[in-house]
Design a protein around this ligand. Structure first.
Ligand code: MTE
Ligand code: MO
Length: 350
């Protein structure tokens, strides 16, 4: 960390919490432990009068109630969501925003109805290029007042796994996670999964709203246009072993065999390898991967560590089937996005 956290960052951190790292032990994150990121205010929505508008370049605009959506074919998928700003504080000089360390992640079972058949029913116009998702929430960021809105290309929006989700872990969406409806775009960083959805609009030009064109791009300097942030890079986390210190979260552990438990994910395909280092990244050894990995959720792994007396820095790193790994240092960018450098934990063994 380069310098002290500001009051503004603390204010954001007190609203938006991460996954307690010990919860990495659970394949499905309990609702209250899933990370949260809310740019503006949580809107209060009356489900009875709420409607989803499907419009823009379509032949037949639709207006759907929550009951209409629930009556359509349903699909439940475990999906790992991670904020694109995860790791931001560990990428100096840090961008002033939500000051995440490594825990802006969670995996829930999202239930909803596939988006593609709804777009087909509405009938896509010939000039259709992108689909814009608009949330009810509105605020100011970068000096610009706007609704929270993001777009996907038609190809991405029409993928089978893209859902309009009304339930999380078998319960109606909690208000903080987007009640009554949100988009789930498996494999993509969190900003894509628009909460409190009110409109889906088909457009013929690339969408240039603030959250699309200004935020979530990898600018290497202020005037670098940069590439858009899209799918999640590989990352892995472990539940820090031993006893935690309340104040600095360091760990004390008795010498001997210690079972490390973790999970790893990537938006570019299954995880094929996880490695652990107990000497600050000097040497690495392979962890054992769980037999199965859901297509869009993290993969469990374990590692038996022979903990010897002394002070150790534990790290883990994952590789996906596309060959992407976790770099020792991720490439800096002005927003502090996509920092998938390995998690580190200080352990004192005695
Ligand atoms: N409408 C709306 N959708 C939103 C956001 C928001 O502020 N407003 N935050 C986005 C970001 S940046 C992330 S990381 C995820 C967080 O989802 P969660 O709070 O359910 O974990 O929601 C995304 N969808
Ligand atoms: Mo995010």
């Amino acid at each position: 960390m380069d310098d002290g956290i500001t009051l503004e960052e603390l204010q954001l951190a007190a609203r938006n919490h991460g996954l307690p790292l010990e919860s990495v032990r659970e394949a499905i994150t309990p609702v209250g432990l899933h990370y949260l990121l809310i740019h503006f205010d949580i809107p209060v929505v009356d489900a009875g009068s709420w409607r989803l508008q499907v419009g823009g370049l379509v032949d037949r605009p639709l207006e759907l109630t929550l009951d209409d959506l629930r009556a359509r074919p349903a699909r439940t998928l475990p999906v790992t969501l991670e904020c694109a700003g995860n790791g931001r504080v560990l990428m100096p000089p840090r961008a002033l925003s939500q000051p995440w360390l490594t825990e802006a992640v969670g995996t829930a079972e999202w239930t909803g109805t596939p988006l593609a058949p709804i777009l087909e029913e509405a009938g896509l116009g010939d000039d259709a290029l992108e689909v814009v998702f608009t949330g009810i929430d509105r605020g100011i960021q970068g000096g610009v007042e706007h609704d929270y809105e993001r777009s996907l290309t038609l190809d991405d929006a029409l993928r089978d796994e893209v859902l309009l989700a009304y339930a999380m872990n078998g319960e109606p969406l909690p208000v903080q996670h987007g009640f009554p409806l949100r988009v789930i775009v498996p494999g993509w960083y969190g900003m894509t999964h628009v909460k409190w959805l009110r409109a889906i609009t088909v457009v013929s030009e690339p969408f240039t709203g603030w959250q699309q064109a200004e935020a979530y791009r990898l600018h290497r300097s202020e005037d670098d246009p940069g590439e858009p942030v899209t799918r999640m890079l590989p990352r892995s986390l472990f539940a820090p072993p031993g006893l935690p210190d309340f104040f600095d979260r360091s760990r004390s552990l008795a010498a001997g065999r210690c079972l490390l438990e973790g999970r790893a994910w990537s938006g570019f395909g299954p995880i094929v390898r996880v490695e652990v280092s107990a000497d600050g990244g000097a040497t690495w050894a392979d962890a054992e991967l769980a037999d199965e990995q859901p297509e869009f959720a993290w993969r469990g792994w374990t590692f038996t560590w022979d903990a010897t007396p002394g002070e150790h820095e534990l790290q883990c790193r994952a590789t996906d089937a596309a060959g992407n790994g976790q770099p020792e240092t991720a490439e800096w960018n002005t927003g502090g996005y996509c920092n998938n450098a390995p998690q580190r934990a200080r352990i004192v063994v005695s």
